[in-house]
Unconditional design. Structure first.
Length: 122
């Protein structure tokens, strides 16, 4: 899972297996080690009406209502976004392969980019 923070916005991108884990298990998490500490960021299936974020004890929790996650692993929806009560913009989306491969990134578990032209048919 990739985390991008820019000002008052948070963007999380999930690989196929992470989307499947979130839909089926109700939670997906990752961590980043910083100076002997770990920043844990996770998405949790929730009964809360709105997408929301909390940050407690070095854990960033993003809550998404269970109805939004229903069958997300099987359908064409890219993701979800919202502005929470504190004004934080939150975007959670499927992670797509880049149009131009990057030598230092393994994109094998990502979704095929919908903008990629299909050259296999001639």
């Amino acid at each position: 899972m990739k985390l991008r923070i820019n000002g008052d916005s948070i963007r999380l991108r999930l690989a196929k297996t992470e989307v499947e884990t979130l839909v089926n298990m109700g939670k997906v998490a990752s961590a980043c080690k910083i100076a002997g500490h770990s920043l844990i960021y996770q998405i949790i299936k929730s009964k809360e009406a709105h997408i929301s974020a909390t940050y407690v004890d070095d854990v960033l929790n993003i809550s998404i209502h269970e109805s939004l996650l229903h069958r997300w692993d099987e359908d064409e929806r890219v993701g979800f976004d919202a502005v929470d009560k504190a004004g934080l913009y939150i975007l959670v989306e499927k992670d797509f392969q880049c149009l131009k491969p990057r030598t230092h990134e393994d994109e094998s578990g990502l979704y095929k980019n919908p903008q990629e032209s299909d050259t296999s048919h001639g």
